[in-house]
Design a protein around this ligand. Structure first.
Ligand SMILES: [Zn+2]
Ligand SMILES: [Zn+2]
Length: 322
């Protein structure tokens, strides 16, 4: 979306920062209050998003910063193949993990993606196997870096593999989380496997990671409900401080937040969410859709009488959703 060289040279020419350039673009070309939410204070939303964008710019994630600023303000245009040639639009979202507008959509997609494996597992009971909820924690260092997160995820995987050594058909899914407005990195794991004693888990976790605090209990919810419980934090950004949101985006840049291992790992490969969109057909007549060139402001698309269809950006989705 952003021609960085052009943006930077314009910003220099106008003697404004890159962030101000982005804000200016948004102010000139788009208004966030397009879905008619009267409580939404556009200016404060913009200011809040501007602070997040600044952190991303400071870390040279300029196109991410711009996507974040532009989230939900523009749309791609579509027209159907049917005789009536219906006009449609699809909003352009930023799909950043910690975007308050995009996080709930990410959550819904993740549920859809991982629910089938939990259902499949629940249908084939294995003696002694249960869904178990594990929490693995780290000491709070006050900062969060990509290296820290990568090491942490490696440690979680290693710990599970040590615990499940010699056991067939176990599987686990986990989600990295941080505490609200802090840097307390921890993982919630949903494991399908045999009993593990808390002391054993703590012993292995300490040996692998050097950290001590763990919890384990049998899941009180089954299948999909356990998954919703596990992923619920994905739907809500873990901070209201924009500086922290920016730093989280930087720390998680190119790093997955949701992971699968064991039997759950391959299964995810069958997921179709990444390769097709449910918005393949015209909602009015069922005909195929064609993307038209260019983009437009969402309020203009609505004013023009176009019909909303969901996102069709499957390539980006594959890259960003996790
Ligand atoms: Zn967004
Ligand atoms: Zn149509």
């Amino acid at each position: 979306m952003i021609d960085l060289a052009k943006a930077e040279s314009q910003a220099v020419a106008w003697e404004i920062s890159l962030r101000d350039w982005m804000e200016l673009q948004v102010q000139v070309f788009g208004n966030v209050d397009v879905f008619g939410n009267p409580d939404l204070d556009d200016e404060s939303v913009e200011e809040w998003r501007g602070v997040v964008a600044q952190v991303l710019i400071d870390n040279r994630l300029c196109s991410k910063a711009n996507r974040f600023m532009e989230c939900s303000r523009y749309a791609y245009l579509y027209q159907c193949d049917g005789p009536e040639k219906h006009d449609l639009f699809s909003p352009i979202y930023c799909d950043l993990r910690f975007c308050p507008r995009c996080a709930p959509r990410q959550f819904a997609r993740l549920i859809e993606k991982y629910e089938p494996i939990l259902k499949a597992v629940a249908k084939e009971p294995k003696p002694g196997f249960r869904f178990r909820e594990l929490t693995l924690t780290t000491r709070n260092t006050g900062t969060l870096t990509a290296e820290q997160i990568k090491k942490f995820n490696g440690d979680v995987k290693k710990t599970l593999k040590i615990l499940m050594k010699g056991i067939n058909d176990w599987g686990a899914i986990w989600c990295d989380e941080v505490g609200f407005n802090n840097t307390n990195l921890h993982a919630h794991v949903l494991l399908h496997g045999p009993y593990i004693a808390q002391t054993k888990l703590a012993e292995v976790w300490e040996e692998v990671s050097g950290h001590e605090v763990v919890y384990i209990k049998e899941a009180t919810r089954s299948g999909a409900k356990a998954l919703i419980h596990l992923l619920k934090y994905v739907s809500k950004p873990p901070a209201n401080d924009p500086e922290k949101i920016g730093l989280l985006e930087v720390a998680f840049h190119k790093t997955r937040r949701v992971h699968t291992v064991g039997r759950f790992f391959n299964f995810v490969g069958q997921d179709t969410d990444n390769t097709h969109s449910e918005w393949e057909k015209c909602p009015h007549c069922g005909a195929g859709l064609n993307k038209l060139p260019g983009i437009t402001r969402i309020e203009k698309a609505i004013a023009d009488g176009r019909t909303f269809v969901g996102t069709k950006q499957t390539a980006r989705r594959k890259e960003w959703v996790n």
